[in-house]
Design a protein around this ligand. Structure first.
Ligand code: SF4
Ligand code: SF4
Length: 331
């Protein structure tokens, strides 16, 4: 198997950055760690969950789609940027990218996302320690990725053993040396990490409960929601969006922005009627959507178990607490 020593990682990534845009785990103000272009901040391998998933690097929060003058569109719909590598994403994030792929690649495919995604190499670093609130084993997405990566790196004492997931992954590894014995280490890795997870929410049970009548439950939860949208913005598998036109006279640009199903305006119809009239209805829909299926054949849910929504919500309405409360409520 290929092996990259920790002392060589920076040199390898810097070498690749001559031909592609490389994003690496970077310490941000406040001490959390997120992906940023290499060389723009302090690189680190000392993190558990990235505070933010790679969602906005594939599906920006605000994006110009095209410009227009009168009825004429100017420019092209195609992605015009070059190759990129997202180094250091976690297995749950790779599963979330697979979920977004399934959404944006449906007919007709979304040219903006699909173009960017086609040029993006995903390098997963398998988790050796769960972060607070993580439950990827329950969601079937970690702590080791089974699909959806070009390379997967397994942390060992002096460096990473590397599993190749695609031809593109193989290409970026051409300079890296082969060493014997990695297979055995990789085979035992997951078992050791799984022992470190405790108290995971029962997604299977919650998924069953959500198929029945849970209206009363959501009326108890809705008072804690201040409709900030944080849960949906931070969730790596939320992909809803809206459009706006910015115009000056006859010309302008069409902008796409993230939207959220927890906002009343998301389903309000032109007549003023809203099929999801209360915050409870909207929250129920969000949790149902996350837990009652997936378009990705390897996944049971659209929740990948990252635990970020719990961290983001000022009202304690994350996936883990809600699943626990729902299971208790239904007992
Ligand atoms: S619902 Fe919450 S825990 Fe699940 S993927 Fe989204 S942010 Fe992560
Ligand atoms: S993060 Fe919490 S308070 Fe904000 S919209 Fe989501 S559930 Fe409501």
């Amino acid at each position: 198997m290929k092996f990259i020593a920790y002392s060589e990682i920076w040199r390898w990534l810097e070498g690749l950055s001559r031909d592609m845009e490389v994003f690496v785990p970077t310490v941000r103000q406040g001490g959390d760690v997120g992906l940023a272009p290499i060389g723009t901040g302090k690189f680190t391998l000392d993190y558990r969950r990235l505070s933010e998933s790679p969602k906005r690097l594939l599906f920006p929060q605000v994006e110009e789609m095209f410009r227009f003058r009168g009825n004429e569109v100017e420019g092209s719909y195609d992605y015009e940027g070059g190759a990129r590598m997202l180094f250091g994403i976690r297995p749950c994030d790779a599963a979330a990218v697979a979920t977004a792929d399934a959404f944006f690649r449906r007919e007709p495919p979304d040219p903006y996302y699909v173009g960017r995604r086609r040029e993006t190499v995903l390098v997963v670093v398998a988790c050796s320690e769960p972060d607070e609130g993580c439950f990827c084993p329950e969601a079937g997405t970690g702590p080791v990725a089974r699909f959806g990566f070009d390379l997967q790196l397994f942390p060992a004492e002096e460096g990473f053993w590397v599993q190749v997931g695609s031809e593109r992954g193989e290409e970026v590894l051409s300079e890296v040396e082969d060493l014997p014995d990695g297979e055995e280490y990789v085979a035992g890795f997951e078992e050791d990490v799984l022992k470190k997870f405790e108290d995971m929410p029962d997604l299977k049970r919650a998924s069953k409960v959500l198929k029945g009548d849970t209206e009363g439950f959501w009326f108890e939860v809705e008072d804690r929601c201040i409709t900030c949208g944080g849960c949906t913005y931070i969730c790596p598998t939320c992909t809803c969006f809206d459009f706006y036109d910015w115009t000056t006279g006859e010309q302008g640009e069409r902008i796409r922005t993230w939207d959220s199903c927890v906002f009343a305006g998301f389903t309000r119809e032109a007549s003023g009627h809203n099929p999801r009239p209360s915050q409870g209805h909207r929250l129920r829909r969000w949790f149902e959507h996350k837990l009652t299926g997936s378009e990705v054949p390897h996944l049971l849910y659209r929740c990948v178990g990252c635990g970020r929504c719990e961290r983001a919500c000022p009202g304690g309405i994350g996936m883990r607490p809600v699943v626990e409360e729902l299971v208790k409520w239904s007992a």
